[in-house]
Design a protein around this ligand. Structure first.
Ligand code: HEM
Length: 502
């Protein structure tokens, strides 16, 4: 009998059909035994991560499909055989809180190409993460900001010099592009000790922005189906052959050179982040190795520069659509008696500026993926009483949380800087309560031990440029210039507000 069946079974058709049946049976088994059968979600997502990969591809990751999924299926949605997304911000402490101390799941490692040094974003274990975060925390502290303001001012002067030059004669300018260059040069200056050269050259220096865009697209897609990483950037053979190298390595190699230059040079007169990292190597020699210092500087560019750029792009788009809001901010700054260039201390005295920036962060954050964690061995109890079993990838998307009506009100999806200020009809206590609820429900910079370490730096660079830009210029929308720019471009006619600027 087996002699008769052997030629049939070795036929390619049976081999392929058999493999497919095995794969489907395996996926069904995996799905059924994950302990998530009661959690609603699209049917395909129950069996394969392909569902979220396809959704990400369809929406490009920008417009968020999870927002629609939560509207359809509720606050807890199954997005993969072993993955759920949660929308209710009341769960933030349980998932991200210091007491919860959840690990990051293995999917986070898709950020690292084969052979690269791990960094504070990719370290999964909370204890180890704490060990690596401690030595660098001082570089990002509020007290360090005063040291960094000089570098930020230097970059602002370069930015405004270029705006003046390129708008001479009433020409339109792609203001978003220049704000990207500013954000990248500020983070680069602070991380590597010298500006990278975006503003000087008026170009995407070393193609960093382009490469980073490719890396973001890679991570955004592959993190949905992490097994793909083994066959792509995480693959040792492909790394050896250099197949995927150009996108990732140019960026890292550029950073290695910058860090090596600084390690071989005398310390600079003024502290920047790189000086902090190098100084901490004396106290933590096992952790702050040259490779780790480079990795930390790279993470700054990756996690930081893009975030601030996108927020600035969002704010400027809004200000162009509402020139009256520029005038409102200008009047508020005049009333606060600020002087040019507006400094960090003066910035704190203009509540409308705070509203603009916070609203910009809320609605235009760059984090297009959920902040993922792994449910602990004892399971994860959510506020609705349901329990997510051990070993499941659990995430909340800042985009989704930023649009919750129970936190932000019925106009949650609209831009309203004034929501951050006291309303005419509110008592001080009512305002404080409403604002505290918004702060509790705000996941823009994450939460807990892994909250954004660069938040202060991001705020310094964003507040400084928004305030000084509006103090110095008035902007109105300009039509797109044919053949110039890309999907990030925002064109504007810009004129100086005479009399304010030296
Ligand atoms: C408006 C701009 C920014 C936004 C919206 C933002 C958002 C975030 C979020 C949500 C996280 C938490 C990720 C998680 O929980 O898994 C994070 C982490 C991080 N961010 Fe930012 N970020 C911004 C700017 C920056 C800047 C300017 C820097 C550096 C100079 C930076 C460096 C980092 C680093 C290193 C981490 C990892 C922290 C850790 O795991 O301990 N970010 N960021």
């Amino acid at each position: 009998m087996s002699n008769i069946l052997a030629p049939v079974l070795s036929h390619p058709f049976f081999l392929i059909a058999g493999s497919i049946i095995f794969l489907v049976a395996y996926q069904v088994h995996q799905s059924r035994t994950a302990g998530l059968n009661d959690i609603p979600g699209p049917w395909l997502a129950k069996y394969t991560n392909l569902w979220r990969l396809l959704e990400t591809k369809k929406t490009g990751g920008d417009a968020d499909y999870m927002h629609e999924m939560h509207k359809k299926y509720g606050d807890v949605v199954r997005v993969g055989p072993h993955a759920v997304n949660v929308a209710d911000p009341a769960n933030i402490p349980a998932i991200y809180g210091n007491k919860a101390r959840l690990h990051k799941p293995s999917a986070i490692e898709v950020i690292l190409s084969h052979g690269r040094t791990e960094n504070i974003v990719t370290i999964r274990n909370p204890e180890k993460h704490g060990k690596y975060r401690r030595p660098i925390a001082g570089a990002y502290s509020l007290s360090s900001l005063l040291d960094y303001e000089v570098q930020v001012d230097e970059m602002l002067e370069k930015l405004f010099g270029q705006i003046d030059k390129f708008t001479a004669g009433g020409k339109p300018i792609d203001i978003a592009r220049w704000l990207f260059y500013y954000a990248y040069d500020v983070v680069g200056y602070l991380s590597f000790g010298s500006p990278i050269g975006f503003l000087d050259s008026g170009k995407d220096a070393y193609n960093l922005i382009k490469f980073q865009g490719l890396i973001v697209q890679y991570v955004r897609h592959v993190i949905q189906m992490p097994i793909l990483h083994k066959f792509l950037a995480g693959n040792p053979l492909l790394a050896y052959l250099g197949v995927l190298a150009p996108t990732r390595d140019t960026f890292v190699e550029f950073s290695e050179i910058k860090v090596a230059d600084r390690l071989n040079a005398p310390p600079p007169e003024r502290m920047d982040m790189l000086s902090h990292f190098i100084a901490s190597a004396e106290k933590y020699p096992d952790i702050m190795t040259p490779a780790q210092i480079t990795s930390t500087a790279v993470v700054n560019m990756g996690a930081g520069a893009l975030g601030s750029s996108k927020v600035l792009q969002g704010i400027v788009t809004y200000l162009l659509a509402h020139p009256e809001q520029q005038d409102k901010l200008y009047a508020a700054m005049k009333e606060a008696n600020v002087s040019y260039p507006i400094n960090w201390k003066q910035i704190q005295e203009v509540p409308f500026l705070e509203g603009l920036v916070k609203e910009g962060v809320r609605l235009h954050l760059s984090v297009g993926v959920p902040l993922i964690r792994e449910s602990p061995p004892s399971g994860l109890r959510l506020v609705d009483g349901s329990v997510i079993p051990a070993g499941i990838e659990v995430g909340m998307k800042p985009y989704v949380v930023a649009r919750r009506q129970d936190v932000w009100g019925p106009n949650a999806e609209e831009w309203e800087p004034e929501r951050w200020m006291r309303r005419g009809y509110e008592t001080e206590t009512e305002f404080k309560e409403r604002r505290a609820a918004m702060e509790r429900g705000d996941l823009s910079f994450g939460h807990g031990a892994r909250t954004c370490i660069g938040k202060n730096i991001a705020m310094l660079q964003v507040y400084k440029v928004v305030s000084n830009l509006v103090y110095r210029y008035r902007m109105v929308p300009a039509p797109k210039v044919d053949g110039v720019g890309d999907k990030r471009s925002v064109f504007a006619y810009i004129t100086k507000r005479e009399g304010n600027v030296v």
